[in-house]
Design a protein around this ligand. Sequence first.
Ligand SMILES: *Cc1c(COP(=O)(O)O)cnc(C)c1O
Length: 386
Amino acid sequence: MNVIELDKKYVAPTYSRFPVNIVSGKGSVVYDCDGKKYIDLGSGIAVNSFGVCDEQWIAAVTEQLHKFQHTSNLYYSEPCAKLAKMLCDRTGMCNVFFSNSGAEANECAIKAARKYGSDKKGSDCSTIVTLKNSFHGRTLTTLAATGQDAFHQYFQPLTPGFVHCDATPQDLKKAVSENNVAAIMFEIVRGEGGVLPLDEEFVDAMAALAQSNDILLIADEVQIGNGRSGMLYGYMNYGIKPDIVTTAKGIGGGLPIGITMLGEKVKDVFTPGLNGSTFGGNPVCCAGALNILERIDDKLLNEVKEKSKYIFSELSGAEGIESVTGMGLMIGVKTKKPAKEVVAECINNGVIVLTAKDKVRLLPALNIPFDLLESGIQTLKRVACK
Ligand SMILES: *Cc1c(COP(=O)(O)O)cnc(C)c1O
C-alpha cells in the first residue's frame, strides 16, 4: 500500500485530507511524493513561522538534541528558563506555564482564571465568557469554550461554566451582568471562525468592563500570536493588557509547544501540584521556540505588515472575490465560488491555501519571499475568477 492507502486504513478518519503527500521542502516551498512543487501559503496552519527546513531553527534544535532531549519537570533546564524570561521581557507578563498545544495552553488559562475567581470572590466565581465564532481547542473544556455549536454536537456533557456572547459591547455587558464571571477569553482575530478581527470599540468596552468588575482578560493568541499580526502579539495592536496570554502554533516553529503567560494578577495562583505536564517545557521544543522568538524583530514585523498590505490591495475588489478580512499574515478571503473548490483548485495549481468556515484562509510563513507570495496570490486570483 502507498502512504495514502496506509493512512486511510490505519489513521483514524478525523481529517478530510487533500490527496497530497508532502515529502520535503525548503522555506515556503514544499514538494509532494511525485516531485510536484507547491508554494505554501498555509505554513502547517500558522506553525512553520520561518517555513520548512529553516537552517537556524534546525541548528538550535539539533544543538539541544545533542545535549539532552528531555528531563522531567522535577529538575531545571536552560532552554525552558531562558524562553520564559524572553517571553516575559517582551510582553510584560510575569511568569509562564509550558505545555504542548494550544488547547492545553487554554486549559491552563481557564484553571488560572477559576483559581483567581475562587481566591478573590469565592468558588461560585467560575464562569468564563467567550465569543461566538471563537475557537479555543478540542479538549472537552476548550470545546465548551469554543463558541460554535457545530463543535459541541455528540460530545455532551461538556465542562460547564462557559457562556458565549456576540462581539458587541451590549451582549458582553449582558453576559457579565447575568453570570458570576471570572474571565473573558477572546481571540483578537477569530481564526477558525472566519478570520474576523475584533472592532476597536468592542475591545475598549471589554477592557473597561473587565477593569471595573475585576474580571480577567485572557487573550487566546494561539493563531494570531508570535508576529503574525504585524506585532509580536495581536492584542498589542489594540493597546490593551490582558491578564493571561496563551499561545502555541507559530512559536514552536514546527515542534509542539503550548504557552500560558500569567500577568500580575494571576502570577501567584498556581502553587506546586496545581498544574503540570510531562512534556511541558521540553528543552528541544523550547530551544527551537527561543530561536523563533529571537528572530521576530521589528524588521520582520515590518515585512509582515508590508506583505499584508500587498495581499489586501491585490485581492480587495478583485474579480470573484467578495471580501478580504484579517490582520497581518492571517487573512480570510470570501470568494464567489465555494472556498473548498478554490482551495482544491489552488492545490492543483501548486499553491497550498486553507479554509476558515466559508472563506479561503491565508497563513503564509512570516519570512515568505516576496516573489513566492506574489506568485501564490496571482494563482489564487486566477482561480477565484475562473
Ligand atoms: C489552533 C487553535 C487552538 C488549538 O490549538 P491546538 O494546538 O490544536 O490544541 C486554540 N485556539 C486557537 C485560536 C487556535 O487557532
